[in-house]
Design a protein around this ligand. Structure first.
Ligand code: PAF
Length: 318
C-alpha cells in the first residue's frame, strides 16, 4: 500500500514580544544569519492583524537594509505561540509581567523565555506564572532608537550578556544562534551578578541625566561624584543582603568608563522624560529601594532619585 505523504512540520518559531528599538534590532541581527532563521522569526502584536511588514534598519556604518517580518495579530496567537520554541521578551521592564501574562495561556509548555530589558525586578514578578517553562535573562548595552515605528537605527555597539535563570538550559542550537548573531554577545552560567553590575550603571547614570537634562558625559563633573558614589554604595549593600558580593570600587570605575564611552548619548531615561514617557525608574533605583526595604536597610540616595523622577513624570502634560 502506498504510504500517505507526511504533513510538513513547520519549524519551531522564535517569537519576539515587543517591536521597540531593541526588539527590532535583535530581529535584524538574527534574520541576518540566513533565510531559514529569518523564516522562523515573528513578532507578536496585539495592536495589528497578522501581516508581513517591511522593517528598515540603519546599521552602525549607515547602510540601510529592509527585511520583511511576520507580525502575528491577536487572532493568530494560539497557533504561533503553540509552535514557539523561544520567546524573546523585549518590552520595557514595567510592561514585562502584563505582556507575558497575555501570551502565556497560548505559549508551548516547553518554550524557553528570555527577558531582555533595562533594570531588574520582572524576573522575580513573573516566576510564579511560568509553570514548567524555563527562563533566561539578559542585558544589552547596544544602542538603538526608532526613527519611526518600523525603522530602527543602531546607535552604539555594546555588550549583550545572557544566561540561564530558572529551569533547563537553552538548547545548544538556540544558544549558538543567539551568540553568533547578536553582536558581542556572551553566555554566562551565573547571570545575576552581571545584571546587578549593569544595574549599578543605570542607577548612577539614568536618573541624574534625566533630572539635570544632560548627556551622559556631563556626569563626569565633580558636582555629581558624591551622589553617584552614594547611590552605587547603597546598591552594593543591598546586593550583599541579597547574598551577592560586589566590589564598590570596580563598579564606580565601570560607571565612569560608561560615562566616558557614551559621553555624547542621552540615556534612555533622559529620552523617556524628554518625550514624556513612563520611565523605568521602578526597575532601576526603585528595585534597589524595594530590595532595601525587604532587608530593612535604608537607601536614602536611591529614594531621593526615585522621588525626583516621579516628580518629573507627574509634570507630564497629558
Ligand atoms: O539606559 C541607558 O541609557 C544605557 O543603559 C546606558 C548604559 C546608561 C547608556 O546611556
Amino acid at each position: 500500500m502506498p504510504s500517505r505523504p507526511s504533513t510538513p512540520v513547520s519549524p519551531k518559531q522564535i517569537t519576539i514580544l515587543g517591536a521597540g528599538a531593541i526588539g527590532q534590532l535583535i530581529f535584524h541581527q538574527l534574520a541576518e544569519a540566513n533565510q531559514q532563521t529569518a523564516s522562523r522569526l515573528n513578532f507578536i502584536s496585539k495592536e495589528t492583524d497578522s501581516a508581513v511588514t517591511p522593517l528598515k534598519f540603519t546599521t552602525l556604518d549607515g547602510q540601510q537594509i529592509t527585511r520583511h517580518a511576520k507580525f502575528v495579530g491577536l487572532k493568530d496567537y494560539a497557533h504561533e505561540l503553540a509552535n514557539t520554541e523561544l520567546l524573546l521578551v523585549c518590552v520595557k521592564a514595567y510592561q514585562v509581567k502584563a505582556a507575558l501574562n497575555s501570551v502565556l495561556p497560548y505559549l508551548s509548555a516547553d518554550a524557553h523565555i528570555l527577558l531582555l530589558h533595562n533594570g531588574m525586578g520582572p524576573h522575580l514578578e513573573v516566576q510564579p506564572d511560568l509553570d514548567s517553562r524555563s527562563l533566561s535573562l539578559g542585558t544589552t548595552s547596544q544602542g538603538a532608537f526608532r526613527i519611526d515605528r518600523y525603522h530602527v537605527k543602531q546607535t552604539g555597539a555594546g555588550l549583550t550578556q545572557l544566561g540561564a535563570f530558572i529551569g533547563a538550559e537553552l538548547s545548544e542550537e538556540l544558544k549558538t544562534l543567539l551568540l553568533s548573531n547578536i553582536d558581542r554577545s556572551t553566555w554566562h552560567s551565573d547571570i545575576l551578578p552581571l545584571l546587578w553590575q549593569k544595574l549599578a550603571i543605570n542607577v548612577a547614570i539614568n536618573p541624574l541625566t534625566a533630572i539635570h537634562d544632560c548627556p551622559n558625559g556631563e556626569l563626569a563633573k565633580i558636582e555629581y561624584r558624591d551622589t553617584i558614589h552614594k547611590a552605587v554604595k547603597e546598591l552594593v549593600e543591598v546586593a550583599a543582603a541579597d547574598g551577592l558580593k560586589l566590589e564598590l570600587a570596580l563598579l564606580i570605575e565601570r560607571v565612569y568608563q560608561v560615562i566616558e564611552l557614551t559621553a555624547q548619548n542621552f540615556s534612555s531615561m533622559h529620552q523617556d522624560v524628554y518625550h514624556q514617557r513612563q520611565t523605568e525608574i521602578d526597575a532601576i533605583n526603585g528595585f534597589v529601594l524595594k530590595r532595601a526595604q525587604t532587608h530593612q536597610i535604608s537607601a536614602p540616595f536611591n529614594l531621593r532619585l526615585v522621588e525626583q523622577i516621579k516628580q518629573l513624570e507627574a509634570k507630564y502634560s497629558y
